[in-house]
Write a protein that binds this ligand. Sequence first.
Ligand code: FAD
Length: 270
Amino acid sequence: MLAIACIKQVPDTTQVQIDPVTNTLIRDGIPFIINPYDTHALEESLRLKDQYGATVVVLTMGPPNAEAALRKALALGVDRAILLSDRVFGGADTLATSNVLTAAIRKLAEEDEVGFVLCGKQTIDGDTAQVGPGIATRMEMEQLTLVDRVENVDFNAKKTTVRRKLEGRYERVESKLPAMITVVREINRPRYPTVPMRLASRNAKVEVWDNNVLKLDVSTIGLKGSPTWVSKIFSPERDKGEIIGDGLTKPQETAQLLIDKLLEKDLLSI
Ligand SMILES: Cc1cc2nc3c(=O)[nH]c(=O)nc-3n(C[C@H](O)[C@H](O)[C@H](O)COP(=O)(O)OP(=O)(O)OC[C@H]3O[C@@H](n4cnc5c(N)ncnc54)[C@H](O)[C@@H]3O)c2cc1C
């Protein structure tokens, strides 16, 4: 049974700045990392391998340098790493990205049964949280978002029970398999690669699938297959902060002042 983890290489947004003239991201010299939520999706897929014997495949769609993300995944113990890369995949919005990832998952499903597709809750650059549900819809799979615990898996009965972390409450859901789950950070603590695994990953095989392999209609992928585009990107203007009271020597008075101000602006109710 396959557990397929989808990971995206993203710029480390803690270091990204916006060009105030062109309103575009300044990407030069910015290091790339695996989208933080996806490191948890990867870890959960490895737990499905450790506990239930799943075979883990990791997929990423991106330019050739996204191979680095896959090598990190190989160092953690995934069974197979596939880079979906082709010029015609470039400029994809979430719809076109979902089309490419779905085609790859369908191809894997011809070889082995798919149990889980695991995605992060969202990315830290695009932030749309659409790709996971986009894959589930196209694959006609169960869709379990915001999962913070996989409580049970029964590959024979093709069933799973997960807990979803919602606003102020949890939801326990029983679902059939295959299922697509998107995970939140609380689901697990990602493992570190061992030194031997890190060394072995340097020479491990990364498969590259281009559109000769996926054979997708070019009007459904990349820029041509992307009906949405970002017209402008900008930093929100912030109101200047205000220092109130003296929190160091008069904490209670300052707290009262803060409460009064919040009440005044309708930001607090008692
Ligand atoms: C600033 C900015 C501007 C952009 N401008 C445009 C534009 O003008 N036109 C355009 O067509 N596109 C544009 N894109 C690209 C595109 O919109 C998204 O980056 C891409 O489609 C994925 O969406 P997302 O990052 O919101 O993923 P989300 O839906 O938030 O991702 C959810 C999960 O899906 C999986 N996933 C997402 N992407 C991948 C991937 N590539 N490989 C493997 N797994 C993945 C991961 O598990 C991830 O955690 C832009 C992106 C950014 C950041």
